[in-house]
Design a protein around this ligand. Structure first.
Ligand code: PMV
Length: 321
């Protein structure tokens, strides 16, 4: 069956610049779109009233899809109800270049692309806020209590300033710097890392936990300092904030030998700063390069250090909502 471009919804991956883990404790975080990693969802009309899905994990009736797709099933049921699409059968075709379980927001990206495709099919124009809220219907099933960071980031084409309980905003900056993103190839469990940080905050009596709380607060301050550095095009300051954040994340025990190896290689290749991104314990890291040519050099060094994939993210943002 042909893919129908008319009812295509797209989104992209995301990368956390700064603020992972502390964002769980209401501190701010900065997230960037990862446009090189794409998600497309197509709605193909059917002549009957059945719903089908065709994705990497399963191809068949949506109602018989495995539990891991219940987030998408519940989201589609909600969209059908809200958009009055009852009795209109369709096939949902999901195509992605976003790797799974690497902290790149693939589950939120499929949710946002699905919302966009079904909204197009229904002839509805949705606001950023509506796309975000629908995506959270799926994300709350996939991750039980999702902070919303991923949904906001994959629904936005600009850098996002995210703080739980506050209005989600984007902001603008224009630099020549490039972020090199590298996948260590090691699967890290965000859920486990988050729960271990929580245990650390409660453990070892008042002194250790007090130190851990100040680490969380310092990570929050580093997000403010990074935003200032981005606006002022001060890449050295941004690199220093990233390095300090990595030292703190290491002390919170969410780094990993594979990340440490890549971070060290990035420094030797001339990165202004380098840190893990996302939940840690494997997954991805980022390195700040002052120019595209330096980014290529760092990229080569990261591949040499064992990274299985790399992406380049120019540090520019329009700031649209
Ligand atoms: O691993 P990711 O990219 O899904 O990022 C997790 C970010 C955390 O702050 C560690 C958790 C969260 O829910 O915000």
């Amino acid at each position: 069956m042909m893919k129908n471009e008319e009812y295509r919804g797209v989104s992209h991956g995301k990368v956390i610049l700064i603020g992972e883990h502390s964002v769980v404790y209401d501190q701010p975080a900065i997230v960037l779109p990862l446009n090189e990693a794409r998600m497309s969802v197509y709605v193909q009309l059917r002549t009957d009233a059945d719903l089908y899905i065709d994705c990497e994990y399963f191809c068949g009736p949506l109602r018989s899809a495995p539990d891991m797709l219940s987030n998408i099933r519940v989201l589609v049921e909600r969209l059908i109800y809200d958009f009055s699409l009852k009795n209109k059968g369709f096939n949902l075709v999901v195509r992605s270049t976003i790797p799974h379980e690497r902290g790149m927001g693939s589950s939120a990206a499929v949710a946002v692309a699905t919302v966009r495709a079904v909204a197009k099919f229904a002839g509805r124009a949705l606001s950023f806020k509506e796309e975000f809220e629908y995506s959270q219907v799926a994300e709350n099933i996939a991750h039980s209590t999702a902070s919303g960071l991923d949904s906001a980031a994959v629904a936005s084409d600009s850098a996002v300033w995210f703080q739980h309980g506050a209005e989600i905003s984007t902001f603008a900056f224009d630099t020549d710097a490039v972020l090199v993103v590298a996948d260590t190839g090691v699967t890290g469990s965000t859920r486990e890392a988050v729960s271990d940080v929580r245990a650390l905050l409660k453990s070892y009596g008042p002194n250790v936990s007090c130190e851990t709380w100040s680490s969380i607060h310092r990570l929050g301050q580093l997000s403010f300092e990074s935003a200032d550095a981005l606006r002022a095009n001060s890449m050295r300051a941004l690199g220093e904030s990233m390095n300090e954040a990595q030292r703190i994340l290491s002390s919170l025990r969410v780094s990993h030998a594979s990340l440490d190896r890549c971070i060290a290689a990035a420094h030797v290749a001339g990165a202004l700063g380098a840190k893990l991104t996302g939940g840690g314990r494997g997954g991805c890291m980022i390195a700040l390069a002052q120019s595209s040519s330096r980014a290529e050099r760092i990229r080569a060094a990261l591949t040499q250090a064992g990274a299985i994939r790399t992406w380049l993210v120019p540090l520019q943002s329009k700031g649209i909502h």
